[in-house]
Design a protein around this ligand. Structure first.
Ligand code: ATP
Ligand code: MG
Length: 567
């Protein structure tokens, strides 16, 4: 569990609940108290090169949550300075996901590419100050000259070019007078710096790439380390929260905002990424699964992209709860998938009706029930929430029950149906097994029972008890449906990766059941509607493969959990 910072605990008066501030909130409190900033302005800066995943949800909710908590502002800004991998499809999906999570950016939607001109001016300013120069070295040479942890870097032969020459060359880079890769603009910092990021980093490269926003207007593009701090500064961001891999880049971040002479520059604070067991995060891997056709798109319900979680039946509330439980910390750690599943179960438990759905049906015939007679039963929608009321369900002679609720030869402690045993049909009567039919291959095709009219549910004590209650669906009006069950795409214990670096995939991650028998009311369910199917878990209506009056159901999560909420 990542939630460990218990310093600075405050007991709020209204609810006397202990609220501990995370380390970022503590830093913000300090900045506000010392007058470094008089307000809070955060941002979420995705690169539009894939769909967002659960890790991004943490960053979104953290940044948005801080703005909300401190009465500040929150920007959604596309970090679209690298045109090779960017696509409009990703821009649209990201906007949809951020909105769905409830992170309201209002009209503060920005694109870093809108600042290309301003960034160019900043680069010119650096040249004029003698803090940047045009280099003729190739990418390989720059790498070679950079040195490493033990060896200081070697100075670039172009390092001492005059300001005039640099200004002229940089302008000609912009005008397309040089080939891709022929020249770069470098910051002039310190080739002997202990932090390799400070050894004259490249800040502009020449690349003839068409940009999704600026088209072919530019043939030079700024590098991430230069562009990102300027984007923050231009927008007036105060606290730029990012993940730990940028910690070593912070001195460079500070150098750029200072040398480009921004007043009240932003401050970068790093936190640990959210990692989750048994799932695939990381756009690179998800992209490959999509491109190889192993999953049916970025929103395949087995993925943990936000689009996939939404399609699977997760709610924004469940994801918020999960991110809160995961906490914000400086130390990398991994959360259990069980914790995410706990959160959705907990969210749906008291909100959703509990319906009867038979996933692997076998016929049950009540031989002493008069053929053609039907009875309407009142079934509670959620036993834990009586206010959710009851619904009418038809009961009659022929029903479906789960195949594994009957056994010809029961093992020890099996309390469901077997010859001679009596169980309760949920919300209906006691039935006693009198026999069964088999086909030529020895498969059981039908179970025969007799019912006891004095045992109707709710009619008082029948004078005897049964140990098993099973669910059922009336055969005549059952909705025959497709239901999909999921297992993890990868199994952490067996190793997420194969020796060759490919993902070690679970071949059973998807099971499609086509002959399920559901209560007829479920036929009217609409995409994203979700339900508990008693004894089988939580399910929702798939938004892609369902048709009007013909919903397809996805299992969101089973009912059982091994996860315990930490004390
Ligand atoms: P990935 O590593 O999955 O490809 P990324 O970091 O390249 O993701 P960006 O679009 O660059 O994706 O990230 C946008 C923001 O989300 C960044 O501030 C990044 O630090 C944050 N972020 C990315 N992954 C996680 C994670 N697992 N947990 C928390 N924040 C994350
Ligand atoms: Mg990235």
């Amino acid at each position: 569990m990542a939630e460990e910072k218990k310093i600075n605990e405050v007991v709020t008066e209204e609810n006397s609940e202990t609220v501990s501030k995370n380390f970022i909130e503590q830093e913000i409190d300090k900045d506000l108290a010392e007058g470094v900033y008089d307000h809070v302005h955060t941002r979420f800066p995705p690169e539009p090169n894939g769909y967002l995943h659960i890790g991004h949800a943490k960053s979104i909710l953290l940044n948005y949550g801080l703005a909300e908590e401190y009465g500040g502002k929150f920007n959604l800004r596309f970090d679209d300075t690298n045109p090779t991998k960017e696509k409009t499809e990703f821009v649209n999906s990201i906007i949809e996901d951020v909105k769905w999570l409830g992170a309201d950016f209002e009209d503060r939607l920005f694109f870093a590419s809108d600042y290309f001109e301003k960034m160019y001016e900043c680069a010119v300013l650096l040249i004029k100050k003698g803090k940047a120069y045009v280099s003729d070295l190739s990418a390989d040479e720059i790498r070679e000259y950079r040195g490493d942890f033990n060896t200081p870097g070697k100075e670039d032969p172009s390092r001492e070019r005059s300001i005039e020459e640099n200004l002229d060359l940089f302008e000609r880079m912009r005008n397309g007078e040089f080939a891709d890769g022929e020249k770069v603009l470098r910051a002039k910092i310190d080739m002997a710096a202990g932090n390799i990021n400070m050894r004259d980093p490249v800040i502009y490269r020449i690349a003839r790439l068409t940009h999704h926003n600026t088209g072919d207007k530019w043939c030079i593009y700024p590098m991430y380390d230069f562009a990102h701090p300027l984007e923050d500064a231009i927008e007036g961001i105060t606290h730029s929260c990012c993940t730990l891999e940028f910690e070593d880049h912070r001195p460079l971040y500070d150098w750029f905002v200072k040398e480009c002479e921004f007043e009240n520059p932003p401050r970068q604070i790093e936190f640990a990424k959210l990692y989750l067991t048994n799932v695939v995060t990381g756009k690179r891997y998800i992209k490959k699964l999509v491109e190889d056709g192993i999953v049916d798109g970025w929103d395949d319900p087995r993925l943990v992209t936000i689009a996939a979680l939404r399609r699977r039946g997760y709610t924004p509330e469940s994801i918020k709860k999960f991110v809160k439980l995961a906490g914000v910390s400086k130390a990398n750690s991994s959360c259990e998938l069980d914790m995410l599943e706990y959160c959705i179960r907990d969210d749906l438990k008291l909100k959703k009706p509990r319906m009867m759905a038979v996933l692997d049906p076998i016929k049950l015939v009540i031989d002493n029930w008069e053929a053609g007679r039907e009875e309407m039963l009142d079934i509670p929608n959620n036993l834990e929430v009586p206010e959710m009321g009851t619904r009418k369900v038809t009961f009659g002679r022929e029903l479906y029950i789960e195949r594994d609720d009957f056994m010809e030869i029961p093992p020890h402690k099996y309390f469901r149906l077997f010859p001679g045993n009596e169980v309760r049909l949920m919300g209906a009567y006691f039935v006693k097994c009198t026999g069964f039919d088999k086909d030529e291959d020895g498969n059981i095709t039908c179970v025969h029972v007799t019912y006891d009219p004095l045992t109707k549910s709710g009619a008082g004590d029948p004078g005897r008890k049964v140990k098993g209650t099973i669910h059922w669906v009336y055969a005549k009006d059952a909705y025959k449906a497709t239901v999909r069950l999921y297992e993890n795409l990868v199994d952490e214990e067996k190793g997420k990766l194969n020796d060759d670096g490919s993902l070690n995939l679970n071949p059973n991650s998807l099971t499609v059941l086509t002959g399920c028998m559901l209560e007829p009311a479920l036929k009217e369910a609409k995409p994203y509607d979700s339900f508990q199917f008693v004894r089988n878990g939580y399910f929702n209506v798939d938004c892609r493969d369902s048709k009007e009056g013909e919903p397809v159901f996805n299992r969101i999560v089973g009912l059982k959990s091994s996860f315990k909420l930490p004390k």
